[in-house]
Design a protein around this ligand. Structure first.
Ligand SMILES: [Zn+2]
Length: 399
């Protein structure tokens, strides 16, 4: 396998989890598509002589050498958002496999254990909390909180975990202690590298980010027989929230606020909803800006709800402060790669979770469309090859 190996591997999974309705891919943790990808990954890793295990939080580890301690770990995730692109997650996994094969073929002997990891539920698309696998492993999320999470069909995480034979999930100090350094390669989720005309960058920081659920409760009723003055329609405050999110973020430089998911209950064309849930995603340069944006939206929604005779609540589902990747590791990789762009990102990653515990770095790979979390996302072939080259270089440098 040469550097085109990564592209070959992507080709092997190109039909898994295709979403005919949304376009792109829907691969949610432990659904049929994601399970198929897990089995495919294990088979591919074992073919390289790696020893594959799944930890108690559903993260998959493929070991080159003894499992830890002080291992160099690389990898990413195989789950996707609903209707996501082909490379968010899988690019980091296939590049890691391709890099290991290249180094094996070249006769490279690592001086420390090396592992390729696939983290579980990175997108949080099934149970609502992004980076669930790495948050559980590192103790950033408690087992009690995870146990209570449910998916859209009402399945509890604890039941799904049991069905997946995970055993007792939660903080895993042993697994964490095996990681000496973590490097995650990821498709860039913006146009930074296109503008700089470079295929690969090293990551500097991740914006503050969090998720909040806004619930507005009103009175379900008939769309035809209920006079406007008699309505308590929760959709109106929810609509206000969408507009308030844009306004609040636009007032603060570099901030982003998005409502990309809205669930009216019961959800009928001729039915005034009894409840609307909206999920708010906010990212900003500082915790103050993030908190101010959420507070501004919450206050506005409360007012809009009161005016409509509804009640509103805002609950934080997850929050992550700004992440600065290890500066020494960043500089070491940058110089090993001969000086490449150093870029921040607004996207959360398992690397951001692990950065609180071990030296962590990210490599970003050029994405000509700049689009991500949508079918148009994707790195170009030359950048994919350059990404594998960079990862090979990183492993040689660090292992
Ligand atoms: Zn990702």
């Amino acid at each position: 396998m040469t550097s085109s190996g990564a592209r070959g591997l992507l080709g092997e999974i190109a039909e898994v989890g295709r979403d005919a309705r949304r376009g792109g891919y829907t691969r949610h943790v432990f659904d049929d598509a994601e399970l198929e990808l897990r089995a495919w990954f294990a088979e591919r890793a074992e073919r390289l002589g790696l020893a594959v295990t799944t930890d108690r939080n559903g993260n998959v580890w493929a070991w080159w050498g003894e499992p830890g301690p002080d291992a160099l770990v690389t990898g990413s995730h195989l789950d996707s958002v609903p209707g996501g692109g082909p490379h968010d997650g899988p690019l980091g996994v296939v590049s890691a496999l391709a890099a290991v094969e290249r180094l094996q073929t070249a006769g490279f002997t690592p001086s420390r254990p090396v592992a390729v990891v696939v983290f579980a539920e990175e997108e949080g698309s099934r149970f609502g909390i992004a980076c669930l696998g790495s948050r559980l492993l590192s103790g950033a999320l408690s087992a009690e909180r995870a146990a209570s999470l449910t998916d859209a069909a009402g399945n509890r995480f604890s039941d799904v975990a049991r069905a997946a034979s995970l055993g007792s999930f939660g903080a895993d100090a042993e697994a964490l202690a095996r990681i000496g350094v973590f490097v995650e390669l990821h498709v860039e989720q913006g146009r930074g590298l296109v503008d700089l005309d470079a295929p690969v960058a090293v990551g500097s920081t991740i914006l503050e980010h969090g998720r909040w659920r806004i619930d507005v409760r009103g009175q379900g009723n008939h769309a035809g027989t209920t006079a406007l003055v008699d309505r308590r329609d929760p959709m109106l405050p929810a609509a206000y929230a969408v507009l308030a999110a844009r306004r609040a973020a636009a007032a603060r430089m570099g901030s982003r606020a998005t409502i990309g998911r809205l669930e009216p209950l019961p959800g009928g064309t001729n039915v005034i909803a009894s409840r609307v849930s909206a999920w708010l995603d906010v990212r900003a340069d500082s915790e103050k800006d993030t908190r101010d944006i959420v507070a501004e939206i919450a206050a506005g929604v409360a007012e809009a709800a009161a005016a409509e005779g509804c009640e509103a609540s805002v609950v934080e589902e997850s929050y992550t402060g700004e992440v600065s990747f290890d500066p020494r590791l960043r500089d070491r990789l940058d110089s090993a790669l001969g000086g490449v762009p150093v870029l921040p990102t607004g996207a959360g990653h398992d690397a951001g979770v692990l950065a609180a515990h071990v030296p962590t770095a990210m490599l970003f790979v050029r994405n000509p469309s700049g689009i991500s979390h949508a079918p148009e996302e994707g790195a170009d072939d030359a950048a994919i090859d350059a990404g594998v080259d960079a990862l090979v270089c990183a492993i040689e440098e660090l292992a």
